[in-house]
Design a protein around this ligand. Structure first.
Ligand code: GN1
Ligand code: MG
Length: 356
């Protein structure tokens, strides 16, 4: 019996499997859509090179599901399906799987073509963190240690440079230099942490646009891909939205001309997020709102280039230079973003005076 059938048996789901398709375009886990007679199920295998303790993911999702059930019963929190013993994480031949009910009539986007969607998505992520304010973050586990620790990511990047083969290094020479020139972004991160300029909350850490489900009227239904929910900083969530909502081209775009920043998407995501989070964030955190974009785009550029130098062991690659091109893409995005900082500062200042 194949694994997917085994999972369906565990979950006591009728087993007329019509179709099994690879689903979505996540870089880390494997995901399948299973179409049954009258329902659809998502099955996912957790990448244990990345998530060394899948039980921590399971723990966090259970804590959150209980918390929402008690405090926000209307909130749609996508919990995996459980078997009759309440277990939702299955170990088959040392690989970890879980399954979700597919949410009917839901849609996701890889690239945004309407700013209202940026507003909606940002509101979803803001609302999530805001509603979690009543939960003691000590109840949650860390699913990936140092996941968004930019200081450590920078060290790993330097380490990868020193170990990489010279041919690879030659190809990447210009990007390596430019990323090193931008290490002030990492220095700023160190200061923010050292002086406690932001505090830990429940954050998602992967707020890219395809992690929000929308209904047919483009209203946000819920957030998905909950594996990296853990204690973290709002700059991760806001920054990843800026990284993935502002440009009309995504991280896989090779033609750098297509990468530019759409101001109206920045305004929309800022409004959506702050409508929820303005009462939660402290003034000194609001001051770092724009820095979030630099923080996450820079970190992603470093992560892609580190992976290129380390022979694509983390993200994999569909062609030899894929992660190199992705790093180049993110560096371009960062440059375009930094050109807008002055405008965005003026906008935020006005917004805060006008609204909050
Ligand atoms: C990974 O697998 P996916 O696409 O959900 C990564 C994110 C990166 C993203 C870049 C656990 O997310 O941090 O931003 O790729 N997740 C992990 O596309 O490393
Ligand atoms: Mg993810």
């Amino acid at each position: 019996m194949n694994t997917i059938n085994q999972i369906l048996t565990e979950l006591q789901v009728e087993k007329e499997v019509g179709k099994i398709e690879i689903f979505g375009n996540g870089l880390v886990n494997n995901t399948w859509l299973v179409t049954l007679n009258n329902r659809k199920i998502i099955v996912q295998r957790i990448n244990t090179n990345v998530f060394k303790h899948p039980e921590n993911i399971d723990h966090n999702i259970n804590v959150l599901a209980n918390y929402f059930k008690k405090n926000y019963p209307e909130y749609i929190f996508t919990k995996p399906l459980s078997n009759k013993y309440g277990i939702s994480l299955f170990n088959f031949k040392n690989e970890f799987y879980r399954a979700y009910e597919y949410i009917n009539n839901s849609y996701y986007y890889n690239i945004l073509e309407k700013e209202d969607l940026a507003y909606e998505a940002a509101k979803q992520f803001g609302k999530f963190t805001k509603q979690c304010e009543g939960l003691n973050i000590k109840e949650l586990k860390t699913t990936i240690k140092n996941f968004h620790n930019l200081s450590l990511r920078y060290k790993l990047f330097e380490n990868a440079i020193s170990k990489a083969d010279s041919e690879k290094k030659n190809i990447a020479n210009d990007i390596i230099r430019e990323l090193k020139e931008k290490s002030y972004i990492k220095d700023k991160y160190n200061l923010i942490i050292k002086f406690n300029k932001t505090r830990l909350r429940v954050t998602h850490h992967d707020t890219k646009i395809n992690n929000v489900l929308f209904d047919k009227h483009d209203k946000g239904i819920c957030i998905i891909d909950l594996d990296t929910i853990m204690p973290g900083y709002f700059i991760s969530d806001v920054g990843d939205m800026m990284r993935t909502y502002l440009s009309p081209a995504d991280e896989n775009e090779i033609d750098l001309e297509n990468i530019y920043i759409r101001n109206n998407y920045f305004f929309a995501l800022t409004e959506g997020y702050l409508e929820e989070m303005n009462t939660v964030l402290k003034e000194e955190e609001l001051n770092e709102f724009i820095y979030s974009g630099q923080f996450m785009i820079y970190m992603q550029a470093i992560r892609f280039l580190t992976d290129y130098l380390e022979n694509d062991i983390y993200y994999g690659a569909k062609f030899p230079l894929e992660n190199y091109y992705r790093a180049k893409n993110q560096l371009t995005l960062l440059e375009r973003y930094e050109e807008k900082i002055a405008d965005f500062k003026t906008y935020i200042k006005k917004l805060l005076v006008k609204k909050y």
